[in-house]
Design a protein around this ligand. Structure first.
Ligand code: NAI
Length: 327
């Protein structure tokens, strides 16, 4: 039973892969790079390939098939980087590895607290031994109304976390969930724009909600509103957002995702001239915390995706019930 693992990270995944593979009786071929037409030869002798978010297009899928791959598992929730139609056409099955919502939900609450307590500015000052207080007055969550947009797995976990802070919680989703109603009140979207002191986004990016936060929705919000985005960058129109930071309409923000982040995040660009002007501006504001799309990144996440991706390969190879397979 052999699995070829691509993009295997030395610093956090490799030891776990070796440990779990031993437990499960699987032999591994480990490759630090993304799969491509050159290194696809590493799949010879494996029935399963274990990948992350690099593009797995029809040509690569065909090459996988020629090496004997029957099953591709991705160590991610999303699988839009894999051409499912091409995989189906040549008889390759595909699986994913969903992980729990709590890492992102905890991170969201951290960004809310950092924003309302002006932590970005506080840390900037302590770095230069400026220990003054002026301008650093914070606010307490119990006095605020938080609007949660999207009450799926992560939004629901955020609401549950927030309930402990005794703030008022408003929620909006296309579908209402009973369990959310014990802590939050579902309201129409305009009411969130008008009444929330903090707005946090937890929907997927769709054609309908592209630039959900734009000039017109920002205009409806409270002065000094705090915006948190751990979902997808393009839910926010960066130009309108920057304008609103500059004129003070938006009081603070925590952004784990930004528009056009693809190709930037997870690489060392310190000597490069970057073309994302919006990111440069956002990073320059003392009331905006920017992180590089890592709200998910916890020990629990790494263990889950490594173990579950191997378990799903084992289930596939043994022909047993495989809950990770995308049907
Ligand atoms: P989910 O699928 O469990 O929940 C999404 C919710 O959004 C659903 O309840 C759905 O009805 C709702 N929704 C969809 N379109 C909507 C709209 N136009 N208006 C209002 N509600 C709408 O998804 P999950 O797992 O909670 O993920 C939420 C977001 O978090 C996604 O954008 C995902 O990509 C992002 N994410 C970010 C991570 C990070 O590290 N920053 C890691 C994992 C997910």
């Amino acid at each position: 039973m052999q699995v070829t693992v691509y993009n295997c990270r030395e610093f956090d995944e490799k030891d776990l892969f070796l440990e779990y593979a031993k437990e499960l009786g699987i032999e591994l071929v480990l490759c630090a790079d993304a799969p491509d037409l050159n290194n696809v030869l590493l799949c010879k002798g494996s029935r399963c390939a274990d990948v992350i978010t690099s593009k797995i297009d029809a040509e690569l899928i065909q090459a996988f098939r020629e090496q004997g791959i029957e099953y591709i598992t991705t160590r991610t929730i999303g699988y839009d980087h894999i051409d499912l139609a091409a995989a189906k056409a040549c008889g390759i099955k595909v699986g994913n590895a969903p992980y729990g919502p709590h890492g992102v939900a905890d991170y969201t609450v951290m960004l809310i607290l950092m924003s309302i307590r002006k932590m970005e500015a506080i840390l900037n000052r302590t770095m230069i031994q400026d220990y003054t207080l002026a301008g650093l007055t914070g606010r307490e969550l119990k006095d605020l109304t938080v609007g949660v947009i999207g009450t799926g797995r992560i939004g629901t976990a955020v609401i549950s976390n927030l309930s402990g802070f005794r703030c008022r919680i408003l929620a909006y989703d296309l579908f209402e969930k009973e369990e959310v109603k014990q802590y939050a009140e579902y309201v129409p979207l305009p009411q969130i724009w008008q009444e929330a002191d903090v707005i946090t986004l937890h929907t997927p990016l769709t054609e309908d909600n592209y630039h959900l936060i734009d000039e017109s929705t920002i205009a409806q919000m409270k002065d000094g509103v705090v915006i948190i985005n751990t979902a997808r960058g393009a839910l926010i129109d960066s130009d309108a957002f920057i304008e609103a930071i500059e004129n003070g309409k938006i009081g603070a923000a925590g952004l784990d995702v930004v528009e056009n982040e693809f190709g930037l995040y997870y690489y060392d660009h310190k000597s490069d001239i970057l073309k994302n002007k919006e990111l440069a501006l956002l990073r320059s504001f003392p009331n905006v915390t920017v992180s590089h799309h890592m709200a998910f990144y916890t020990r629990n996440y790494v263990e889950t995706v490594v173990k579950d991706s191997l378990m799903s390969c084992k289930c596939y190879m043994e022909g047993s019930e495989n809950s990770w397979e995308i049907k």
